[in-house]
Design a protein around this ligand. Structure first.
Ligand SMILES: [Zn+2]
Length: 423
């Protein structure tokens, strides 16, 4: 039997197989169960997260010979034809390549006829935002007064490019980028089934490389298997994506938080020499500090934390190294750098400069902290002898103020900077 690529073989067949989009699948299943299926749906979300798969599952659910049902059988001829894209009653067009008014007029004429075998005629338009304005307008009439046997399912990566007149006639669902732990979990199950030996950090690296897309994750896995066979390590995956290892990314985070300039420069040199993708590094570093901030504020609440158990252990350690104000400063610096990356002549230099600034920030004491400490000392040890008429008296020179002297001694080696956060 011919080899079937993993992304196709493991394409979701049931609502339950669609990973990380429960907020959408639950609503769709509910609509089927109570018999309140709208006549048009719009799925918005980044590529490779299951929009088209979901459209086909929904079509099967509506047109299955045993349906409409939330559990399409996937065995009847309707289900099988829909899965392979050959069903007469399910018209699937790609807005990117069939974006002209003729195609849409053609479609409009076809949906006027009753379905041949299924319950509904279902029109699936992928990348619907690519339709020309004339095509949109041709579609609009049918969308306004659709025959009762017609259902529209649109999918797009760019929701804001779809005409408002179309959006207002659809039920809109926003599909999310799939969280890393969910991708890791799914990949682990698939690898077990396919008898592929792969360790946790390698699974995580595949998920990191896929940036929230299940299809990309499976394509990468395919690529790795044909390149390395059925035993995969983290290094194999990192080489394909140009990613740095989880551990060295975390080491860089620690070096930034502890202000260890030498370690920062050593790591950046190591990544650059190994040909790592430096832009990707900054994105991952930002995600790391974002997770750290979330951890500091809400703890291990997985709903907000896009991290695996190993990553969470590292976050727990780093959370003790710096308070949230510092972490925000680092995140701000990284965000600013990201904006400047595309104009940078030397990406490496920009990264080095930024990380050194971040590390320096780790050693900065804010003016507010100095004041707070000063206040604390003054409160516990009020000045001994107060002159009788302080208003007329020349003030004690600031540097001779004993409390201030103590504060400066305590913060020796640190740099006093101005607080620029609102925390
Ligand atoms: Zn069926």
């Amino acid at each position: 039997m011919a080899y079937e690529v993993l992304a196709r073989k493991w394409r979701p067949k049931h609502f339950e197989d669609v990973v990380g989009q429960e907020h959408v699948t639950r609503t769709l299943k509910n609509a089927i169960e109570v018999g309140r299926v709208a006549h048009a749906y719009l799925f918005v979300g980044p590529r490779g997260i299951g929009k088209t798969s979901l459209a086909r599952i929904f079509a099967k659910a509506l047109d299955c010979e045993r349906g409409p049902t939330v559990q399409p059988c996937c065995e009847c001829s309707m289900c099988r034809e829909i899965a392979t894209g050959n069903a007469l009653d399910v018209l699937e067009i790609d807005g990117a390549s069939n974006n002209g008014v003729e195609q849409v007029r053609d479609l409009r004429d076809q949906v006027q006829f009753a379905p041949t075998r299924g319950t509904y005629k279902i029109v699936i338009i992928d990348e619907v935002h690519m339709l020309s304005t004339a095509a949109f307008n041709a579609l609009l009439k049918t969308l306004e007064e659709p025959p009762p046997h017609v259902k529209f399912i649109f999918a797009t990566t760019e929701g804001d490019k779809v005409l408002p007149t179309i959006i207002s006639r659809c039920q809109r669902f926003d599909l999310r980028r799939i969280q890393t732990p969910l991708i890791v979990e799914r990949l682990r199950r698939i690898c077990e089934y396919e008898r592929i030996t792969i360790d946790e950090d390698a699974l995580l690296a595949v998920a990191r490389g896929a940036e929230g897309g299940m299809r990309d994750a499976l394509s990468a896995l395919d690529q790795l298997i044909s390149f390395k066979g059925d035993a995969l390590t983290e290094d194999d995956v990192l080489a394909v994506f140009g990613l740095v290892s989880r551990k060295s990314l975390e080491s860089l985070g620690t070096a930034i938080l502890t202000g260890d300039m030498g370690e920062i420069l050593r790591l950046v040199d190591m990544f650059d020499s190994a040909g790592k993708d430096m832009r990707r590094l900054t994105v991952e570093l930002m995600e790391h500090f974002r997770n750290l901030l979330v951890y500091q504020h809400v703890g291990e609440n997985l709903a907000h934390l896009d991290a695996t158990p190993e990553q969470i252990r590292a976050l727990a350690q780093q959370a003790t190294l710096a308070d949230a104000t510092r972490v925000i400063q680092v995140a701000d610096q990284l965000a600013e750098m990201e904006g400047r990356l595309r104009y940078a002549l030397s990406v490496r230099t920009l990264i080095e400069m930024t990380l050194i600034r971040c590390a320096r920030a780790a050693r900065v004491v804010t003016l507010e902290e100095v004041m707070r400490r000063l206040q604390a000392i003054r409160t516990s040890e009020p000045p001994a002898a107060t002159p009788a008429a302080p208003a007329k008296q020349a003030a004690v020179p600031l540097y001779d103020d004993p409390a201030l002297k103590r504060v400066l001694q305590e913060f020796d080696g640190k740099i006093v900077g101005v607080e620029d956060g609102d925390d």
